[in-house]
Design a protein around this ligand. Sequence first.
Ligand code: MOS
Length: 747
Amino acid sequence: MNEAFFDKKEYLPLDRVDGRLKVTGAAKYSAEYVLPDMTYGVLVGSRIAKGTIKSIDSKAAERAPGVLAVISHTNRIKVPGYEPSADASTGAPSANQSLRVFYDNKVYSNDQPVVIVVATSLEKAHYGASLVEIQYDQEKHKTDFEANTDGAVLPVAAKKNPKSPTADYDRGQTDAFQSAPYKIEAEYVLPTEMHNPMELQAITAHWEADDRLTIYDKVQGTKSTQKTFAKEWNIPEQNVKVIATFVGGAFGNGLHSWPHESAAIIAAKQVKRPVKLMLTREQMFTMVGYRPRTWQKVQMGATKDGKLVAINHHSIGQTSSYEEFTESTLQQTRMMYASPNVSTRYRLLPLNVATPIWMRGPGEATGAFALESAMDEMAHAIEMDPIDFRLMNYTETDPDKNIPWSTKFLRECYEEGKERIGWKNRKLKPGSVRDGEWLVGYGMGTGTFGANRSSATVHAELDINGNLVMHCAITDIGPGTATAMVQVASNTTGIAPEKITFHLGSSEFPNAGLQGGSSTVNSVGPAVQAACNALKEQLITLSASKNGSDFSAAKPDDVMFEKGEIRLSGKSSGTLSDFFKQNKIQKIETTQESKPSENGKKYSMNAFSMHFAMVHVHPYTGQVRVKKIVCCADAGTIVSPKTAESQMIGGATGGIGMALTEDAVMDHRFGRYVTKDFGDYHVPVHADVPDIEVYFVNKPDLLADPVGSKGLGEIAIIGVAPAIANAVFNATGKRVRTLPITPDKLI
Ligand code: MOS
C-alpha cells in the first residue's frame, strides 16, 4: 500500500470495489433473483395513442398453457392508493398524477400498458400476451410537437407560485435586447432522447404476506420507492422492502416509479406468487421516461467589445397529457454570465405521449445546448474568441441570487482545457483549417449544475480484526458509489480500502435520498465521514477512561488507524486488537446522519464544467468525426479519481450522442416511435468515441459539505453537445440548430 494513501489530503485512484462481482456475473440485478413459485409477467401495450378501451378478449390467452392470469382494468384487484380519482368529475388524472396502470379504460399514449399476462414461464407469458385481443374507441391524438406548439402552457407550479423556478423571470430591463448594438436570435431544437441504460427496467415483486411486500427493483432510490408503494397499498413503510443492490445504468429513468412496477405488484398479489417482469428494449422507449423534446429561442445582445447586454431565453418542453414534468432548462441562463438584463420563459406542451423524466444533466443539458450555441454565435458575430467572450462576461458572484459562489474555478478549466485541446490551432474564421480532405474545427461549451446535498445516514462498525463495515440505503447506478465511500472512509480513518466494505441498495439500510442530481458523494460522503469520526470518538473516550492522559484531549482528527495500529497524532498508541481486548468488546458501532448546512442560503453552490471538442467534418459526405474531447471540471474534491474519470468519459459519450446520433423519431399517424431498438436509435458506439481527456481542478468546497465535493454526474454531459455543435460550425461555417447533427444537415 502506497504510504500516500494515508495522507489525509490525497485520494488516489482505486479499482472498483465491486468490479470483480460485476465482470464475473456474480452481481445480482433485479431480474436475476430466483424465488420459489416464480411467475413471469408480460405487458400488453395499447395500439392507439388516445381513446378508450372498448373491450378486451382474454379467453384464448387464459386457456393458453401455463397462463395464470390476464389482468387489466376490468378485473384487477383493488389498489387502495388508486382511490379516489384525482379528478372525480371527469375521472381524468389532473396535472402531476402519475399514470395508474389498469386504473380505467382510458388510453393516454401509445404502448401504454393495458394488460399484464402472468404465466409459469416467460415464453408462456409472451405467447399468452400475443393472444389478447383489444378493441378501442380511438380519439384524435396530438403527438406532433411542431404542429401543436400553440398548446404550450405555463406549468401549474408556476401559476400557483410566481417564485417557482419555472415561473417567468425578468432581471433588469426587459427591452434591452431591442437596443443592443449587436444582436443574434436563433431557435434550437433538441429531439426526444431515451436513457437506454444497458440493463432493461425490471422488477421481481413478492408479497411475503398480505401486507408485506418485497421488490427487487431497478431504481435510483430505495427509500423513495418504498414510500411510493407503501402509499399505493396503504401499508406501513417498513412493510415494503426494496432491494436494488446492483443497477445496470439508469441516467434518470429510475428516479420515478412507473406503471410496470405497479403492474407486477398488482399481479403478484392477484396470483399470490412472485412475479418477475422485465421490459423489452422497445418498451424502454414508451414506459420509463425520456428527455423531453424541447424547442428554445435565444435572443442575445452584446457590445462590440464583448459585454453581454441582454439574454432572452424561451423554452417549450413536451410532457404527457396527465402529468407535468418540468426541468431546469433555463436556470443556468440566469446565473452563468454577467448580463444585466435577462428574461426567461418556460412553457410545457402536453401531448399524447408518456411522461418524460430527468435524463442526465436534466434541464441544464438541454438549456446549455441553446445558451452555449448562442454564446458561440454571438462571439462569431462580434469576431471575438469564444473563450475571451466568456471571460469578458465571467461572474464572480451569482447574478441571479446575488450571493457569492461557495467556490468557482471555471477560469482554471478554461486555461487547462485550452492547452490540452490545442485551442491555438483554432482559426476565428470558420472553414479555414484542413487536415487532408477533412475540415477541422474547435468548439467549447460550459456546463453547470447545482451542488445539491440532501440528508443521509450511515451505520458503521469497526471490529476487532480491523474491518470497517458500513450500510446505507443509497443506490449505485454505475458511477462507483461503494468505491467512493470506501475512499472517504479510508481517507478519514487511515484503514486500508481492502478492509472496508460499504453495503448499499436496500431500503432496510439507514436512510439516503436518490442517486440523482449529482448528489451522492456530497450527501452520503459526509455521513460516512461523520460515522468514521464517531467511531474514533468512541475509541478516544474508551481509551481515555482506561489509560487516560494521551487520549483525554484527543479529537477524531488526531486519531488514525494504520495497519492495525492506532496512531495518535502520528505516534503509535497500541494496536486496534489490543484496544478491543482491553475493553472486552468485539466491535464498536454507530449510526450517523449528516444534513445540509445553512450555507446554502449564504452561498450559491454549483459545480462547473468546460468541454472542448475537436472535430473533423467531411466536406462531401457531411460525416462528423469527433477527434478529441477534453473535459475539465470544477466539482470540488474528487474522492475517487479513477471512477470519477470514468464518469466524465461516460458523460462526454452521452454528449456525443446528443450532438450527433440520438433522435427518437415518432410516426405521428400512429403516435408511435419508429426508433425502438439500438439498430434504429443510435447511441454512440466505440468507433464514435475518441480519446477523451479529463481534468479535475480538484479543490475542495468545504462550504458545500465537509467532504468538499460538488457533484459530477450532470456536469459530465452538460455543455458537451454545444461544444461539438460549435466545433462543427468552426469547421464548416454551418450552424446546425436542430440536433442531432446528421450528415444530411451538413451537405
Ligand atoms: Mo440523474 S437525471 O441525476 O439520474
